[in-house]
Design a protein around this ligand. Structure first.
Ligand code: PMP
Length: 427
């Protein structure tokens, strides 16, 4: 049993010594002290189904034994010496990661977070093209560092700081977007931005293949293909942010961009790549990578032996445990059951997603799609009482985000849906 400080004590210390911008879930914040695969345990030993995976980060499962073992064994041998010396771990991991990529995406840069990965990708795009202008989608989240905040387009996260040279185009959101699922109309908007807002040349385009923080928003079918053509014609490169969508989570494909039938010029990753380790990566083509060679590009911890050994174990475990196929199977069961709920509960406006990347959007009326902000908050608390932890997203906080560790089972999915059904019936 847990003998550590109480939730109140932990919370008080956090308020005293940590920054005031931290936010927490639940009126009475949970004190999580242990994790095991798809479950989290609080200080009283109560078990919760973790359907948010530490914000879509714990891909294989909390404290997965094989990954834990890889990290532990490497930690005992060598934690850190940096890339100024040789060590096989970083190359082994890079080789394994590159083998998962299509096309000529063969050069890997390791960093420590998603924000860092997108910073580097944006720098590459600008250096390679000699242009500054970036295009990103409204409702996107690409990071919290000062220049990735420029790509991010959700006012909840954006500080009023100079960021510049980013054009936020209309979001091709099939549910709320002004053009519905009509990819061609959204593509016209991108072309307009290039024609009227830039010199005609751009550095690049970046998009999550399913928006995560923005509330599990899939892009209109065919969108990326049209945009990649437009952006390439304007001299830009196309970046896929796979921080949440990669590594088989979408079920149908290993990478989210494959669901749209495109091959990006640069792919960024973080979160699930490390199952909880601070790890991110950028993968690109040798041609784009060559522009980085004009200077030394250095990252002290990027690809350190411990994260590399852990990341390599993640790739191995995902394959060995067939997590992509599992995400497809459990995800479609989950979506099927949620769609039945959607028919019964008027407040559910939209059920969407792929594999284990699912969103349930709540509205007070289906015609105007008014965000059911307060109701979502009530159900969210109720789910926690019932032992189910989900995420909340969208600019109005009215979307449940269901993105569990990929070892999540059909039984877990049934429990979650039953708990949601019960919570909605109590509204
Ligand atoms: N891209 C996406 C799609 C993300 O969801 C996030 C984090 N929520 C980031 C980038 C930034 O990652 P990090 O917090 O590791 O910097």
């Amino acid at each position: 049993p847990y003998n550590g400080p109480s939730a109140d004590e932990v919370f008080a210390k956090r308020k005293t010594f940590l920054g005031p911008s931290l936010f927490h879930y639940y009126q009475k914040p949970l004190n999580i002290v242990e994790g095991k695969m798809q479950y989290l345990y609080d200080d009283s030993g109560r078990r919760y189904i973790d359907a948010f995976a530490g914000i879509v980060t714990v891909s294989c499962g909390h404290c997965h034994p094989e990954i834990l073992n890889a990290i532990t064994e490497q930690s005992k041998l060598l934690q850190h010496a940096t890339t100024i010396y040789l060590n096989h771990t970083i190359g082994d991991f890079a080789e394994a990661l590159a083998s998962k990529m299509p096309g000529n995406l063969k050069v890997v840069y390791f960093v420590n977070s998603g924000s860092e990965a997108n910073e580097l990708a944006m720098m590459m795009a600008r250096l390679y093209t000699g242009s500054l202008d970036m295009i990103s989608l409204r409702n996107a989240y690409h990071g919290g560092s000062s220049s990735t905040l420029g790509l991010t387009a959700l006012n909840t996260w954006k500080y009023p700081i100079p960021e510049g040279h980013v054009h936020h185009v209309m979001n091709p959101d099939p549910y709320r977007g002004v053009f519905g699922a009509d990819a061609a109309s959204y593509a016209k908007d991108v072309q307009d931005h290039i024609d009227y807002g830039t010199s005609g040349k751009v550095a690049g385009f970046i998009a999550e293949t399913i928006q995560g923080v923005g509330g599990t928003v899939e892009l209109a079918p065919g969108y990326l293909k049209l945009i990649y053509d437009i952006v390439h014609k304007a001299g830009g490169v196309c970046i896929a942010d796979e921080v949440q969508t990669g590594f088989g989570r979408t079920g149908s494909h290993y990478w989210g961009f494959e669901t749209q039938g495109v091959i990006p010029d640069i792919v960024t990753m973080a979160k699930g790549i490390g199952n909880g380790l601070p790890l991110g990566a950028v993968v690109t083509t040798p041609e784009i990578a060559s522009v980085m060679a004009q200077k030394i590009q250095f990252n002290t911890f990027g690809g350190n032996p411990v994260c590399s050994a852990g990341g390599l174990a993640v790739l191995r475990v995902l394959d060995k445990e067939k997590r992509q196929a599992h995400s497809a199977e459990v995800g479609s069961h989950l979506l099927e059951r949620l769609r039945v709920l959607e028919q019964r509960h008027e407040i559910i406006g939209n059920v969407r997603g792929r594999g284990l990347m699912v969103g349930v959007e709540m509205v007070t009326d289906r015609k105007d799609k008014t965000p059911a902000k307060a109701e979502t908050a009530v159900v969210f608390e109720k789910l926690r009482e019932l032992g189910v932890l989900v995420g909340k997203g969208g600019i109005h906080g009215n979307v449940f985000r269901i993105k569990p560790p990929m070892c999540f089972t059909k039984d877990d999915a049934d429990f979650l849906v039953d708990a949601l059904d019960y919570s909605l019936s109590k509204l």
